[in-house]
Design a protein around this ligand. Structure first.
Ligand SMILES: [Zn+2]
Length: 205
């Protein structure tokens, strides 16, 4: 806790004065162009890996970058997405999974979660990812299986997203684009799902 308080003091003394004008504008309101949905994992720092600034990204984070299907109890996640698309009118929606994700590890070994009823319950949103993973990857080593499942989970959540009528409407009216991403913690690289190629490819090219 001490580290956080000291950090905040440094922010007030050093970082804030440098961007005072920017914060004055932001205090009037926000117009983010992008809704970034990613895992709660502490190792993903969107403003760092995308070099974005305050006001750029509307964030929705939860374990496993889950988007509950329409009609399912989605709580804060569904409300956050609906607000971003319908009120803030974000133009891009990104779902970003990541390497070494604990939720995907739990999916591979559900016994790790014994006794964690909320997490077990949440995991059912991720389970359909198995259906997207081919036989070869399913029987591959742990790392390959984990990556394949994480990629698959991004696609599952994009499918879930499209179960919401307002999302289908926004897509049909070409006022929203959706993107599936995967962030690799070790290399820092991001992959993007390429629909034409049917696979994830480097975002940086
Ligand atoms: Zn994660």
């Amino acid at each position: 806790m001490k580290r956080l308080i000291e950090g905040h003091k440094r922010f007030l003394a050093e970082a804030f004065p440098l961007k005072r004008g920017q914060f004055h504008l932001l205090a009037e309101g926000q117009q983010p162009e992008t809704l970034f949905i990613t895992c709660a994992d502490s190792r993903i720092v969107p403003d760092l890996i995308l070099q974005t600034q305050p006001g750029d990204l509307f964030l929705c984070r939860n374990a496993g970058n889950v988007i509950p299907r329409a009609g399912e109890p989605g709580g804060g996640v569904s409300a956050t997405i609906e607000y971003a698309v319908e009120v803030l009118k974000v133009r891009h929606l990104i779902v970003c999974g990541h390497s070494d994700c604990g939720v995907i590890r739990a999916l591979m070994d559900p016994e790790r979660l014994t006794g964690l009823s909320s997490v077990q319950d949440w995991l059912r949103h991720v389970e359909p990812a198995w259906a997207y993973v081919g036989e070869v990857e399913r029987n591959a080593g742990e790392l390959t299986r984990h990556t394949a499942l994480t990629h698959a989970n991004v696609l599952v959540q994009l499918d879930n997203l499209r179960t919401h009528a307002y999302i289908r409407r926004a897509l049909a009216e070409s006022r929203l684009q959706v993107h599936g991403w995967y962030y690799d913690i070790l290399s820092g690289g991001i992959e993007q799902f390429d629909e034409g190629a049917g696979k994830f490819v480097s975002l940086a090219g």
